[in-house]
Ligand binder design. Structure first.
Ligand SMILES: Cc1ncc(COP(=O)(O)O)c(C=O)c1O
Length: 482
């Protein structure tokens, strides 16, 4: 955002775009929401989009595209092999990241699949700052092991540390020295660390881990899905980056890495994914699997139109207006809620606002999924959908025990350029009301629990009749309001 001063009104985040295409929204009556919530098994992923008023489930594949992206899609060069659109994307991605080779894959987890199948041997570790659900599932699927080295402040929901995604470098060094390089497949760093509240990684930490990897001759892999938000924070919170261009910050980060992969559903606002390699041997291993899993190399399981949109979207991440829109809205909503005492993850990160459910619902134990419970309460009172990021998002261990997450969060994603400030105010208002009535909210239990990534398809029910009591109180306070 450029420096634009307000003289009479309070300063609010100012959009540097205008909206010309709109989608109609409906807020179902409360009685309908009760029904839909029950049918979905209190699971946001099982709600139909038409039953949701404000969809804060994710930023993945639902960011607003620009007019440049949409028009480029019309001019896509459709071909099974050799599409010009593909070569355009390859060129832009390799230029921005300073890499030599590019492999397309249909989304972020498809990259993780290829990465793990080509680089991880059974019994090998993948150390990382913090896992993402699909990243860890792919490492485990090929017999690998995940170890996390995030700085201890990363799990402190309310912290002053500007880069909570940073690595505890001493701990990581000790681990590498103990295990030795043969036991380590690669080191993974996740920009904009998703599961701890979209928290960024400093250039300093990217670099320190890079130096360690070079010392021990380890491959260094960046998950750049949330890099756009991360760069905003590098630019605004890290002294070294203050006077650097966005382009130079990206290159200072990407120069550290051997492999960079991304979900283009996030970083380019399109729908796809891809990986860049510095080393030809590793690139060829992944390239040769593309026809098996993704389709031919020059479309990688994606529509060529999306490939055009990805190319433009990647260029657009070089604009400060573009990369700041998400974080400034998130900061504003976090401010509104924090002012009313709602416990939030702070400092605000990227991707969305994160409510600290351990503090919001201290009476709901982790194995009754406070984040999931708060989510169902929010859907009931506001028609808003979000995502639990806590114990519910973990799977049970091999013996069937709950794996208790280090944080219990409810994430409300703010897809880029999608919501208006009045929608942010509405969502905040209902959350404030829930906070005042938090004693009415109870826990959830599974009635149908898948073994892998259970949060996607699992069904739950409330423990006791707390949802009835909450609805009654809503009617009392809100009258006939939707
Ligand atoms: C950090 C990170 N990595 C990987 C992925 C997986 O990407 P996709 O949803 O495109 O498969 C995501 C998706 O949310 C993510 O946030």
């Amino acid at each position: 955002m450029p420096e634009i001063k307000f003289i009479k009104s309070p300063e609010v985040p100012l959009e540097m775009h205008k909206v010309r295409v709109v989608q109609k929204l409906t807020l179902l009556p409360l009685e309908e929401r009760i029904k839909k919530n029950e049918e979905s098994g209190n699971n946001a992923h099982l709600l139909k989009n038409e039953d949701v008023f404000i969809d804060m489930l994710t930023d993945s594949g639902v960011n607003a595209m620009s007019d440049r992206q949409l028009s480029a899609m019309m001019a896509a060069d459709d071909a099974y092999a050799g599409s010009a659109s593909y070569y355009k994307l390859e060129k832009i991605v390799c230029e921005i990241f300073g890499m030599k080779f590019f492999v397309p894959a249909h989304q972020g987890r498809a990259c993780e699949h290829l990465l793990c199948e080509t680089l991880v041997k059974p019994g090998q570790y993948v150390p990382m700052n913090h896992h993402f659900t699909t990243a860890r599932a792919h490492v485990l699927k090929v017999g690998g092991l995940v170890e996390e080295f995030i700085h201890k402040e990363g799990f402190n929901a309310q912290s002053n540390r500007p880069f909570k995604g940073d690595v505890d470098i001493k701990k990581l060094r000790k681990f590498i020295e103990k295990e030795g390089r043969e036991k380590i497949a690669f080191v993974r760093m996740e920009a904009g660390t998703n599961l701890i509240g979209g928290q960024p990684v400093s250039l300093e930490s990217f670099r320190a881990v890079g130096e360690l990897c070079r010392e021990f001759k380890l491959k260094y892999v960046l998950d750049a899905s949330l890099l756009a938000d991360n760069i905003y924070f590098n630019k605004t919170r890290e002294a070294e980056c203050k006077d650097m261009s966005i382009k130079d910050i990206i290159r200072a980060i990407s120069d550290q890495f051997d492999i960079i992969y991304f979900s283009a559903r996030k970083i380019t606002c399109a729908r796809g994914g891809g990986m860049c390699y510095r080393n030809k041997k590793d690139y060829l291993k992944a390239r040769d699997l593309i026809p098996l899993y993704e389709g031919f190399l020059t479309y990688g399981g994606m529509s060529i139109r999306e490939i055009e949109a990805m190319a433009i979207g990647m260029e657009e991440t070089l604009s400060f207006d573009m990369i700041s829109q998400g974080p400034i809205f998130i900061a504003e909503m976090t401010r509104l809620l924090t002012e009313q005492g709602v416990p939030m993850v702070t400092p605000p990160g990227g991707l969305g606002v994160h409510i600290d459910c351990t503090k919001f619902l201290p009476h709901v134990p982790a194995n009754q999924y406070p984040g999931g419970a708060l989510h169902s309460a929010l859907y009931l009172v506001a028609g808003i959908r979000g995502t639990e990021r806590g114990t519910l998002s973990e799977d049970r261990d091999e013996d069937g025990n709950e794996v208790i997450a280090k944080m219990e969060l409810l994430r409300l994603a703010l897809p880029r350029r999608v919501f208006t400030l009045s929608q942010v105010h509405f969502a905040s208002d209902r959350i404030m009301w829930l906070y005042e009535n938090r004693d009415l909210i109870g826990g959830l239990e599974f009635v149908d629990e898948p073994k892998i990534l259970r949060f996607f398809f699992g069904k739950l029910k409330p423990i006791g009749d707390w949802q009835d009591k909450l609805v009654k109180k809503f009617r009392k306070d809100f009258g006939d309001s939707l």
